[in-house]
Design a protein around this ligand. Sequence first.
Ligand code: ZN
Length: 323
Amino acid sequence: MKKSVHLPSQTGNQPVRVLKYNILDNLLKVHIGKESDLAKLVEEKGLKRDFGYIAEDKEIIAPIAADSQIPFVDADKRINLPETFLSYVWCLSYSILVLYDFNHKRMIGRSADVNLNEVLLAEEVASYGISLVRSFSRWDVERLPNPELYDAEKEPFIELANGVFSHAMTFILSHELAHVALGDIDEMNRANMANVYVSAHDRLSEEFRADGFATKTMLQCTLDQQTFTNRGVGIIVGVMCLLLLQSGLSSKDHPDIDERIEMAMDALELDETNGLWLVGLAGIKLWDVHYKKNLAWPQCALTPKQAFQNILAAIRKRKAEQR
Ligand SMILES: [Zn+2]
Protein backbone atom coordinates (compact mmCIF):
# COMPACT_ATOMS: atom_id res chain seq x y z
CA MET A 1 0.00 0.00 0.00
CA LYS A 2 1.56 3.28 -1.14
CA LYS A 3 1.48 6.24 1.18
CA SER A 4 1.87 9.90 0.28
CA VAL A 5 4.24 12.15 2.26
CA HIS A 6 2.86 15.30 0.67
CA LEU A 7 1.74 18.13 2.99
CA PRO A 8 -0.75 20.82 1.87
CA SER A 9 1.86 23.53 2.60
CA GLN A 10 4.16 22.02 -0.07
CA THR A 11 2.93 23.81 -3.17
CA GLY A 12 3.85 22.70 -6.67
CA ASN A 13 2.62 20.20 -9.27
CA GLN A 14 5.30 17.51 -9.35
CA PRO A 15 6.21 14.92 -6.65
CA VAL A 16 9.55 16.64 -6.01
CA ARG A 17 7.61 19.48 -4.31
CA VAL A 18 7.95 17.55 -1.01
CA LEU A 19 11.69 18.34 -1.02
CA LYS A 20 11.45 22.07 -1.71
CA TYR A 21 12.62 23.09 1.78
CA ASN A 22 15.27 20.36 2.06
CA ILE A 23 17.12 22.10 -0.79
CA LEU A 24 17.37 25.44 0.98
CA ASP A 25 18.12 23.88 4.40
CA ASN A 26 21.05 21.96 3.01
CA LEU A 27 22.34 24.95 1.03
CA LEU A 28 22.30 27.15 4.14
CA LYS A 29 24.05 24.48 6.20
CA VAL A 30 26.87 23.95 3.70
CA HIS A 31 27.58 27.66 3.19
CA ILE A 32 27.33 28.85 6.78
CA GLY A 33 30.47 30.63 8.02
CA LYS A 34 32.15 30.51 4.60
CA GLU A 35 33.04 33.11 1.99
CA SER A 36 29.65 32.46 0.43
CA ASP A 37 27.64 32.44 3.69
CA LEU A 38 24.15 33.28 2.49
CA ALA A 39 23.59 35.96 5.15
CA LYS A 40 26.84 37.60 4.03
CA LEU A 41 25.80 37.42 0.37
CA VAL A 42 22.48 39.02 1.29
CA GLU A 43 24.20 41.82 3.16
CA GLU A 44 27.24 42.47 0.97
CA LYS A 45 26.21 41.35 -2.51
CA GLY A 46 22.49 42.04 -2.48
CA LEU A 47 21.31 38.41 -2.73
CA LYS A 48 17.55 38.20 -2.12
CA ARG A 49 16.46 36.32 1.02
CA ASP A 50 13.57 34.51 -0.61
CA PHE A 51 13.70 32.23 -3.59
CA GLY A 52 11.47 31.74 -6.59
CA TYR A 53 9.85 28.32 -7.07
CA ILE A 54 8.73 28.02 -10.66
CA ALA A 55 5.97 25.40 -10.89
CA GLU A 56 5.42 25.25 -14.64
CA ASP A 57 4.91 21.97 -16.41
CA LYS A 58 7.44 22.69 -19.15
CA GLU A 59 10.47 21.02 -20.68
CA ILE A 60 13.89 22.00 -19.29
CA ILE A 61 15.55 23.22 -22.50
CA ALA A 62 13.06 25.36 -24.41
CA PRO A 63 13.51 26.57 -27.99
CA ILE A 64 13.75 30.11 -26.59
CA ALA A 65 16.56 30.24 -24.01
CA ALA A 66 14.64 32.58 -21.67
CA ASP A 67 11.88 29.94 -21.27
CA SER A 68 14.30 27.23 -20.17
CA GLN A 69 13.71 25.64 -16.78
CA ILE A 70 17.24 25.74 -15.38
CA PRO A 71 18.02 27.17 -11.91
CA PHE A 72 19.33 30.68 -12.20
CA VAL A 73 20.05 33.82 -10.24
CA ASP A 74 18.14 36.65 -11.87
CA ALA A 75 19.34 40.21 -12.34
CA ASP A 76 17.74 41.08 -8.96
CA LYS A 77 19.93 38.34 -7.45
CA ARG A 78 17.11 36.01 -6.48
CA ILE A 79 17.65 32.24 -6.77
CA ASN A 80 14.99 30.65 -8.97
CA LEU A 81 14.21 26.93 -8.84
CA PRO A 82 12.17 25.50 -11.74
CA GLU A 83 10.27 22.38 -10.62
CA THR A 84 10.88 20.32 -13.78
CA PHE A 85 14.64 20.67 -13.29
CA LEU A 86 14.26 19.44 -9.70
CA SER A 87 12.35 16.37 -10.94
CA TYR A 88 15.16 15.71 -13.41
CA VAL A 89 17.82 15.91 -10.67
CA TRP A 90 15.85 13.57 -8.38
CA CYS A 91 15.44 10.98 -11.14
CA LEU A 92 19.17 11.01 -11.87
CA SER A 93 20.09 10.96 -8.15
CA TYR A 94 17.92 7.89 -7.64
CA SER A 95 19.18 6.02 -10.70
CA ILE A 96 22.85 6.78 -10.14
CA LEU A 97 22.46 5.49 -6.57
CA VAL A 98 20.88 2.21 -7.72
CA LEU A 99 23.41 1.73 -10.54
CA TYR A 100 26.29 2.46 -8.17
CA ASP A 101 24.93 -0.14 -5.74
CA PHE A 102 24.65 -2.64 -8.60
CA ASN A 103 28.24 -2.07 -9.81
CA HIS A 104 29.60 -2.11 -6.30
CA LYS A 105 27.95 -5.46 -5.48
CA ARG A 106 29.21 -6.92 -8.75
CA MET A 107 32.76 -5.75 -8.01
CA ILE A 108 32.81 -7.38 -4.58
CA GLY A 109 31.28 -10.59 -5.91
CA ARG A 110 27.81 -10.16 -4.45
CA SER A 111 25.84 -10.04 -7.71
CA ALA A 112 23.28 -12.43 -6.21
CA ASP A 113 22.16 -9.66 -3.83
CA VAL A 114 21.13 -7.40 -6.72
CA ASN A 115 17.41 -7.01 -7.36
CA LEU A 116 17.33 -6.75 -11.15
CA ASN A 117 13.82 -5.41 -11.12
CA GLU A 118 15.02 -2.42 -9.08
CA VAL A 119 17.83 -1.84 -11.61
CA LEU A 120 15.35 -1.87 -14.51
CA LEU A 121 13.06 0.56 -12.69
CA ALA A 122 16.05 2.82 -11.99
CA GLU A 123 16.88 2.85 -15.70
CA GLU A 124 13.29 3.77 -16.45
CA VAL A 125 13.38 6.60 -13.92
CA ALA A 126 16.57 7.87 -15.56
CA SER A 127 14.90 7.73 -18.99
CA TYR A 128 11.92 9.65 -17.67
CA GLY A 129 14.20 12.28 -16.06
CA ILE A 130 16.27 12.75 -19.21
CA SER A 131 13.12 12.94 -21.37
CA LEU A 132 12.16 16.06 -19.37
CA VAL A 133 15.10 17.89 -20.92
CA ARG A 134 13.31 18.09 -24.28
CA SER A 135 9.63 17.46 -23.53
CA PHE A 136 7.43 17.56 -20.46
CA SER A 137 5.28 14.63 -19.37
CA ARG A 138 3.71 13.51 -16.06
CA TRP A 139 5.63 11.33 -13.64
CA ASP A 140 3.99 7.89 -13.41
CA VAL A 141 4.00 7.89 -9.59
CA GLU A 142 2.04 4.65 -9.29
CA ARG A 143 4.74 2.67 -11.07
CA LEU A 144 8.02 4.58 -10.94
CA PRO A 145 10.02 5.46 -7.80
CA ASN A 146 9.44 9.06 -6.72
CA PRO A 147 9.88 11.12 -3.53
CA GLU A 148 6.19 11.59 -2.73
CA LEU A 149 4.20 8.37 -3.10
CA TYR A 150 5.80 5.03 -2.19
CA ASP A 151 5.53 1.79 -0.21
CA ALA A 152 6.75 1.94 3.39
CA GLU A 153 9.38 -0.74 2.66
CA LYS A 154 10.97 1.53 0.02
CA GLU A 155 11.39 4.40 2.43
CA PRO A 156 15.06 3.83 3.39
CA PHE A 157 16.18 3.93 -0.26
CA ILE A 158 13.96 6.91 -1.13
CA GLU A 159 15.45 8.74 1.86
CA LEU A 160 18.96 7.97 0.59
CA ALA A 161 18.04 9.30 -2.85
CA ASN A 162 16.56 12.42 -1.21
CA GLY A 163 19.92 12.99 0.51
CA VAL A 164 21.84 12.64 -2.77
CA PHE A 165 19.34 14.98 -4.42
CA SER A 166 19.79 17.67 -1.72
CA HIS A 167 23.59 17.55 -2.03
CA ALA A 168 23.46 17.55 -5.85
CA MET A 169 21.19 20.62 -5.72
CA THR A 170 23.59 22.23 -3.24
CA PHE A 171 26.39 21.79 -5.76
CA ILE A 172 24.32 23.20 -8.62
CA LEU A 173 23.09 26.18 -6.57
CA SER A 174 26.57 26.79 -5.13
CA HIS A 175 27.75 27.12 -8.71
CA GLU A 176 25.05 29.79 -9.25
CA LEU A 177 25.92 31.51 -5.95
CA ALA A 178 29.53 31.61 -7.08
CA HIS A 179 28.42 33.95 -9.87
CA VAL A 180 26.99 36.27 -7.19
CA ALA A 181 29.94 35.96 -4.79
CA LEU A 182 32.56 36.42 -7.52
CA GLY A 183 30.81 39.42 -9.02
CA ASP A 184 29.88 37.83 -12.37
CA ILE A 185 26.27 38.99 -12.05
CA ASP A 186 27.31 42.56 -11.26
CA GLU A 187 29.57 42.50 -14.27
CA MET A 188 26.78 41.17 -16.45
CA ASN A 189 24.36 43.79 -15.14
CA ARG A 190 26.91 46.48 -15.90
CA ALA A 191 27.42 45.11 -19.36
CA ASN A 192 23.65 45.06 -19.68
CA MET A 193 23.80 42.01 -21.87
CA ALA A 194 20.37 40.66 -20.88
CA ASN A 195 17.91 41.09 -18.07
CA VAL A 196 18.03 37.47 -16.97
CA TYR A 197 21.19 35.67 -16.06
CA VAL A 198 21.32 32.27 -17.74
CA SER A 199 24.32 30.05 -17.23
CA ALA A 200 24.29 28.83 -20.82
CA HIS A 201 25.55 32.24 -21.85
CA ASP A 202 28.43 32.25 -19.40
CA ARG A 203 31.94 32.60 -20.47
CA LEU A 204 33.97 29.41 -20.18
CA SER A 205 36.41 30.68 -17.58
CA GLU A 206 33.57 31.85 -15.35
CA GLU A 207 32.05 28.38 -15.58
CA PHE A 208 35.25 26.65 -14.51
CA ARG A 209 35.72 29.14 -11.70
CA ALA A 210 32.13 28.64 -10.50
CA ASP A 211 32.52 24.83 -10.50
CA GLY A 212 35.75 25.18 -8.52
CA PHE A 213 34.14 27.56 -6.07
CA ALA A 214 31.16 25.21 -5.52
CA THR A 215 33.38 22.16 -5.00
CA LYS A 216 35.68 24.01 -2.62
CA THR A 217 32.75 25.33 -0.57
CA MET A 218 31.25 21.87 -0.22
CA LEU A 219 34.55 20.30 0.87
CA GLN A 220 35.89 23.13 3.04
CA CYS A 221 36.38 22.53 6.79
CA THR A 222 37.42 19.14 8.05
CA LEU A 223 34.56 16.78 7.36
CA ASP A 224 33.98 13.40 8.97
CA GLN A 225 34.17 10.49 6.53
CA GLN A 226 30.41 10.11 6.15
CA THR A 227 29.81 13.83 5.48
CA PHE A 228 32.70 13.84 2.99
CA THR A 229 31.18 10.87 1.16
CA ASN A 230 27.68 12.38 1.11
CA ARG A 231 28.93 15.69 -0.25
CA GLY A 232 31.27 13.94 -2.67
CA VAL A 233 28.34 11.99 -4.11
CA GLY A 234 26.40 15.27 -4.34
CA ILE A 235 29.23 16.96 -6.28
CA ILE A 236 29.55 14.08 -8.75
CA VAL A 237 25.79 13.72 -9.27
CA GLY A 238 25.44 17.52 -9.55
CA VAL A 239 28.10 17.70 -12.27
CA MET A 240 26.55 14.72 -14.06
CA CYS A 241 23.13 16.43 -14.02
CA LEU A 242 24.62 19.48 -15.73
CA LEU A 243 26.42 17.30 -18.26
CA LEU A 244 23.38 15.15 -19.07
CA LEU A 245 21.53 18.24 -20.29
CA GLN A 246 23.52 17.95 -23.49
CA SER A 247 24.32 15.08 -25.81
CA GLY A 248 27.54 16.51 -27.26
CA LEU A 249 31.04 16.05 -25.87
CA SER A 250 31.93 19.70 -26.29
CA SER A 251 30.09 22.99 -26.35
CA LYS A 252 31.14 26.55 -27.05
CA ASP A 253 30.03 28.12 -23.76
CA HIS A 254 30.60 25.26 -21.29
CA PRO A 255 33.66 23.21 -20.42
CA ASP A 256 33.85 19.80 -22.15
CA ILE A 257 32.30 16.79 -20.43
CA ASP A 258 35.57 15.01 -19.68
CA GLU A 259 37.24 18.16 -18.34
CA ARG A 260 34.34 19.05 -16.08
CA ILE A 261 33.94 15.63 -14.50
CA GLU A 262 37.70 15.16 -14.16
CA MET A 263 38.05 18.47 -12.37
CA ALA A 264 35.37 17.45 -9.87
CA MET A 265 36.94 14.03 -9.29
CA ASP A 266 40.42 15.59 -8.86
CA ALA A 267 39.11 18.01 -6.25
CA LEU A 268 37.91 15.06 -4.16
CA GLU A 269 41.47 13.63 -4.00
CA LEU A 270 40.22 10.04 -3.78
CA ASP A 271 42.44 7.01 -3.35
CA GLU A 272 42.48 4.19 -5.93
CA THR A 273 39.83 2.07 -4.25
CA ASN A 274 37.32 4.74 -3.19
CA GLY A 275 33.76 3.80 -4.16
CA LEU A 276 33.03 7.37 -5.34
CA TRP A 277 34.82 6.52 -8.63
CA LEU A 278 31.95 4.11 -9.25
CA VAL A 279 29.43 6.89 -8.73
CA GLY A 280 31.16 8.84 -11.51
CA LEU A 281 31.11 5.72 -13.70
CA ALA A 282 27.39 5.21 -13.10
CA GLY A 283 26.76 8.80 -14.23
CA ILE A 284 28.84 8.41 -17.40
CA LYS A 285 27.03 5.13 -18.14
CA LEU A 286 23.67 6.95 -18.07
CA TRP A 287 24.97 9.59 -20.47
CA ASP A 288 26.39 6.89 -22.76
CA VAL A 289 23.18 4.82 -22.81
CA HIS A 290 20.69 7.66 -23.15
CA TYR A 291 22.53 9.56 -25.85
CA LYS A 292 23.51 6.31 -27.62
CA LYS A 293 27.24 7.05 -27.66
CA ASN A 294 28.29 3.37 -27.62
CA LEU A 295 31.51 4.13 -25.76
CA ALA A 296 33.96 1.25 -25.55
CA TRP A 297 33.75 0.12 -21.91
CA PRO A 298 37.00 -1.64 -20.98
CA GLN A 299 36.26 -4.95 -19.26
CA CYS A 300 39.30 -5.24 -17.03
CA ALA A 301 40.25 -2.69 -14.41
CA LEU A 302 42.16 -3.43 -11.24
CA THR A 303 40.69 -0.60 -9.19
CA PRO A 304 37.65 1.71 -9.34
CA LYS A 305 39.99 4.61 -10.18
CA GLN A 306 41.47 2.70 -13.10
CA ALA A 307 37.99 1.81 -14.38
CA PHE A 308 37.09 5.50 -14.29
CA GLN A 309 40.29 6.58 -16.04
CA ASN A 310 39.76 3.96 -18.74
CA ILE A 311 36.35 5.34 -19.64
CA LEU A 312 37.65 8.90 -19.54
CA ALA A 313 40.31 7.82 -22.04
CA ALA A 314 37.56 6.31 -24.23
CA ILE A 315 35.69 9.66 -24.17
CA ARG A 316 38.86 11.52 -25.14
CA LYS A 317 39.54 9.13 -27.98
CA ARG A 318 36.01 9.75 -29.28
CA LYS A 319 36.51 13.49 -28.97
CA ALA A 320 39.77 13.32 -30.95
CA GLU A 321 38.04 11.30 -33.69
CA GLN A 322 35.36 13.97 -34.00
CA ARG A 323 37.84 16.77 -34.54
ZN1 ZN B 1 27.47 29.16 -14.48
